[in-house]
Design a protein around this ligand. Structure first.
Ligand code: ADP
Ligand code: MG
Length: 893
């Protein structure tokens, strides 16, 4: 487990450093560090004075007042950042980076993490002082987007800035992170020289096949086979150790058995190899000792700054003609194409490359990430985001290392390039396989994964086959602007199948305009159907296809076209294909066109001409399914992004203290009083109520409240109160004492003792909704909303989103419910205050973002009143647990 303020951080050159909080034990290492720093760098610190090392070290070593963080590489301190609090929530901060580690973004990351630490202890402002001449060394502060305040004194300049990271700062930081991730991946995919350690003469062995693939793939750079025993491998001079390779080695493939991997990678470190791909299995995925072996491997890599792909993977490839690296061991030669593909499973790689070839799609690059001990899907998508050779990103994943980060990245990247994911582990048995397969400890529940993908614009497919179907579409067609599909066919049956499939998947098959129909009638036979589907009947010629496509695509009611062809005897398939291609080519990408060729020897894959390619599917159902995925993606692209809503009237400190109190007491569930107080800190309205120990106190409380009263029993073991007669509605204050005595007796009959009472105002005439949160260890809080009250379980009408929610999210969450019409005044009912419900959702989102200790929370019901009157919570339960510490900014996992 990572301690707070400890983690590995990738730098702009793609290398790693280890960042941690320093202690007094670091005195010697810090002195050593300062000794190595050049005078010109020292000028940027210590008020611009260069003194003796002993004096400098006193200014950085941690003490009761000073908080210091250090970055290390190979146990050597390469940078330091610290602060000392001054008056009124300010602090003097300083950053110093070794000369050979400058311009890698290390100062930025240290300062960002230091700010996080300082902000956590209530420090709001940092001041950095530097000699006037050394100011460029601090320019990164401005680049980070901090709103800086500068001051000048003779010989010095001073910048003051807030420790809390602003949205601009976060964006700058994300850019920085993307540069570091892309640089790391580039070390592998754009290596200029490679070694294959464990290259073998036997081409049927993994080491032999991988080496042969690289050679035959025509890699544009030297390839060194390394083999302990052989003096040559496959006609090439071999080396005993990577240390003997005569030139620089940019990338090493390690194809030796797991137990030899650590010493082999140590040699790579000695040789200065910056990147290794470890093929061997027998690491974390097998558990037990495999875990230790993987930890050792990772330690060797981080200490020496080596980046790692694998272990337990199949390799990598880059088809860019200037690289031509086929660094994997399956007997396939990848086709050049524009898809970036990451796969977690080693075994599937072969099938994936083969299938991409067969469909004529090809790949720009492929990475099998295996156990993801270092490089993960998150790094790769950041590389492909800017990669000129990649238009489409495909991912086959079994587990998430950091799903929240994936969500953040995908939301940004999917706007530029579609991301298609098949995540296995969907069914319960798949779940077990995932666990044993890759050592993923927790696979999140599927609703959570679905919510994550939906929110971040990821196209999720059920199977690998469907992934390729979708890829074939996205690689060749524009994203549809809407859900309206026109179907063109030469047979009625398949046309209806397609229409049914479309409608079943939420697409529409609307009638064409009168103008379009008239035009179609002008050249089609009278028996032809011109509504939608357009059924040209079996006499349709190639020319008819061309003309119908041109006509229908002009119709304003049409966002996409499915063209179905059943080869009759009289017409040649090739002629129809050519005609469709020509007609589609003339559309110039205005709307997408896909084909279904239902032939005995059907055309699968695609129709392709010189410039135009159209994906073709053997059955209309698959065509409809692909379109529906693309339409969803198009909808996500066109939706307004939504605004993060922040409320200013919150009492966050008080809320934190309530949670802290419950944690100290070791209570999971908050008491009624604590629950009410917590909600009120976040401005979530609750029904007026008071808490009473005895029936007489309850009556007194009711008198004070006035009006109609609801009486509820309160006891630790009492969860569903109304099930056991623990809720009585609509009492007059004078009836309360007696009702309370009756309730206590009733409950005690059912074994529920020690009952006290909640006396609450009656909230009349409301629609009951439910809003709740569960906090997934990996995914963070998931917020759910649905029809509420006693019917929750029965109706199962719930929609979910991961926090933090934007205003748009809250809007959609409520409107995607089947029971939403109830809020809109269903069948003459009153129109409800949906805005108030949305506000509760957004306030709750902020609450759980601020307080991740809240791991379960139910507001059930939220009484939604008539429009303008608001919404109010009448029953709530909150559970807290001590959370894992938050990771510092930029930490890799
Ligand atoms: P529980 O969920 O433990 O059974 P609740 O406090 O949610 O208990 O009450 C059950 C039902 O009683 C609610 O779904 C709602 O219909 C009704 N109810 C509870 N409190 C009030 C109130 N203050 N005003 C109106 N109706 C209420
Ligand atoms: Mg309830």
């Amino acid at each position: 487990m990572i301690e707070k303020f400890e983690g590995d951080v990738a730098l702009k050159d793609g290398s790693l450093v280890h960042v941690r909080r320093a202690s007094a034990d670091d005195l010697a290492a810090l002195t050593e560090f300062l000794r190595g720093v050049s005078p010109s760098t020292l000028l940027s610190r210590f008020q611009g004075k260069v003194r003796r090392d002993e004096e400098h070290v006193e200014d950085v070593v941690p003490s009761s007042r000073r908080f210091t963080m250090v970055a290390e590489r190979e146990r050597r301190i390469v940078a330091e950042a610290d602060y000392v609090p001054t008056e009124s929530n300010g602090a003097d901060a300083g950053v110093l980076v070794a000369d050979d580690f400058q311009r890698k973004g290390l100062g930025t990351i240290l300062l960002a993490q230091l700010s996080q630490a300082a902000a956590d202890s209530g420090i709001t402002r940092f001041t950095l002082t530097t000699s006037a001449t050394a100011h460029p060394k601090l320019s990164f502060v401005e680049e980070m987007g901090y709103p800086v305040h500068v001051g000048a004194a003779p010989g010095f300049v001073r910048v003051t800035f807030p420790t809390s990271i602003t949205p601009t700062g976060l964006r700058a930081f994300e850019k920085w992170e993307a540069v570091a991730a892309a640089a790391a991946v580039s070390r592998f995919l754009n290596a200029k020289s490679v070694a294959v350690i464990g290259a073998s003469r036997d081409r049927h062995s993994i080491g032999g096949a991988l080496f042969a693939n690289i050679m035959e793939g025509g890699f544009k750079g030297p390839v060194y086979p390394v083999n302990k025993e052989a003096s040559y491998v496959q006609s090439v001079t071999a080396y005993r150790s990577v240390l003997d390779c005569p030139g620089r080695v940019d990338l090493a493939f390690v194809v030796v058995p797991a137990r030899f991997v650590p010493e082999t990678v140590r040699e790579c470190a000695q040789k200065g190899v910056p990147a290794v791909v470890v093929i061997a299995s027998g690491f974390a995925e097998v558990g037990g000792e495999g875990h230790q072996l993987q930890e050792e491997l990772v330690r060797i890599c981080t200490e020496s700054g080596i980046r790692l792909i694998g272990p337990n993977c199949m390799g990598i490839l880059n088809t860019d003609p200037s690289v031509s690296l086929n660094g994997q061991f399956a007997p396939v030669k990848p086709m050049v194409g524009r898809m970036g593909f990451v796969s977690q499973s080693g075994a599937l790689g072969y099938a994936i490359i083969d299938q991409a070839n067969k469909l004529g799609l090809g790949m720009s690059s492929f990475v099998s990430v295996g156990n993801k001990a270092d490089i993960s899907g998150n790094d790769l998508i950041q590389y492909w985001e800017e990669d000129r050779n990649t238009d489409l990103i495909l991912m086959h994943i079994e587990s998430f290392g950091n799903p929240r980060k994936f969500g953040r990245l995908a939301t940004r990247i999917a706007r530029k390039k579609p991301i298609v994911v098949v995540k296995s582990g969907r069914s319960a048995s798949g779940f077990r396989a995932t666990q044993s397969h890759t050592g993923a400890l927790v696979a999140a529940s599927d609703v959570t994964v679905d919510a994550l993908f939906r929110q971040s614009g990821v196209v999720r497919t059920e199977t690998l086959e469907e992934m390729f179907e979708v890829a074939a579409f996205l690689a060749t067609q524009p994203v549809p602007k809407g859900p309206k599909v026109a179907i063109v066919t030469n047979a009625g049956g398949p046309g209806i199948l397609a229409a049914d499939a479309c409608e079943g998947l939420g697409l529409s098959v609307p009638e064409l305009t009168d103008e379009t129909k008239r035009e179609l009638q002008s050249f089609l036979l009278p028996i032809a159907g011109t509504k939608n589907p357009v059924d040209m009947t079996s006499v349709a010629s190639a020319a008819d296809y061309a003309r119908v496509i041109s006509t229908v695509s002009q119709d304003p009611n049409v966002d996409a076209l499915i063209v179905i062809f059943i080869p009759p005897i009289a017409v040649r398939t090739e002629d129809v294909s050519a005609a469709i291609l020509q007609a589609a080519g003339r559309l110039g990408g205005k709307i997408p066109v896909i084909a279904t060729f239902m032939a005995a020897k059907g055309v699968t894959g695609e129709l392709s001409g010189e410039k135009v390619r159209i994906p073709a599917y053997p059955f209309p159902e698959s065509a409809a399914r692909v379109l529906s995925r693309a339409v969803q993606y198009g909808k996500w692209l066109s939706e307004p992004r939504g605004r993060a809503v922040r409320f200013v009237d919150l009492r966050k400190l008080e809320a934190a203290s309530i949670v802290s109190g419950a944690l100290v007491a070791g209570r999971g569930w908050l008491t009624q009083t604590e629950t009410g107080a917590l909600l009120s800190c976040y401005g979530i309205p609750t029904a007026r109520s008071s808490y009473a120990k005895t029936p007489d106190d309850a009556e007194a409380a009711a008198e004070a409240l006035g009006g109609k009263i609801v009486l509820k029993g309160v006891a630790p073991s009492l969860v569903h109160k109304s099930d056991v007669g623990g809720v009585t509605l609509g009492l007059g204050p004078e009836q309360v004492a007696q009702a309370a005595r009756g309730m206590a007796a009733r409950l005690s009959d059912q074994g529920i003792g020690d009952v006290s009472f909640l006396v609450q105002e009656l909230v009349p005439d409301a629609v009951e909704m439910f809003v709740g949160v569960t906090n997934d260890v990996n995914f963070g809080p998931l917020l759910a909303c649905g029809a509420g009250g006693a019917l929750v379980e029965l109706l199962r009408d719930v929609s979910v989103k991961l926090t933090p929610l934007t205003d748009k999210d809250a809007h959609q969450l409520v409107r995607s419910l089947k029971t939403y019409p109830l809020l809109e005044g269903y069948r003459g009912g009153a129109v409800r205050d949906v805005g108030a419900l949305e506000e509760i959702i957004l306030r709750l989102s902020e609450l759980v973002e601020d307080l991740p200790e809240v791991d379960e929370l139910d507001l059930n019901p939220v009484m939604v009143l008539t429009k303008g009157k608001g919404a109010v919570v009448v029953d709530a339960r909150v559970h807290v647990t001590e959370g894992a510490p938050e990771l510092p900014l930029g930490a890799k996992k």
